[in-house]
Design a protein around this ligand. Structure first.
Ligand code: FES
Length: 161
């Protein structure tokens, strides 16, 4: 099988990890760390490839990826929005921002938009509390406090269409 994310180098490393353990499931977490170190997050396709490579059911690996906050899971969507839900951002208005994001993208928190263009994820602190409520679109960081209206947000979202 052709792998897009599990390069030959990653395959070698994952194989070495796999060989260290008696039970192949123990290789899941270290392998996911490796993927995240390589790509900064964990694309859904990489999870599918890891499932094939380790011959472990996809649902088992997806369950681990979404359970641990330390993993940044990137669902298949053209644009992935990560909105911080921790206290400073909450106090800064992240709920209001979420409502606007949901309305303008058609996606709900934890889900895709019907056209598959957007995925909204609520995340823990992304280290940008000074600009609370902060959010990321793909790898671009935004200061939610500067968004005063739907029009402001629309202008940002239009860049990603
Ligand atoms: S609390 Fe939201 S970025 Fe830190």
């Amino acid at each position: 099988m052709e792998y897009k994310f599990l390069t030959k180098e990653l395959q070698e490393k994952i194989k070495a990890i796999r060989n260290k353990y008696l039970v192949k499931e123990q290789a899941i977490i270290p392998s996911l760390h490796l993927i995240q170190e390589t790509y900064r997050d964990i694309p859904q396709e990489a999870v599918e490839e890891l499932s094939k490579f380790l011959e472990i059911p996809l649902a088992d690996i997806e369950g681990i990826v979404s359970f641990y906050d330390m993993f940044r899971f990137r669902k298949n969507a053209k644009n992935h929005i990560r909105l911080c839900r921790n206290l400073p951002c909450h106090l800064g208005g992240s709920r209001k921002l979420l409502k606007m994001l949901e309305k303008l993208t058609g996606a709900e928190a934890g889900g895709h938009s019907p056209d598959g263009k957007w995925y909204i994820e609520l995340v823990e602190c992304i280290g940008s509390c000074a600009i609370a409520p902060s959010f990321l679109i793909n790898y671009d960081l935004y200061d939610g406090s500067k968004i005063k209206s739907e029009e402001d947000l629309k202008k940002i979202l239009e860049k990603y269409k």
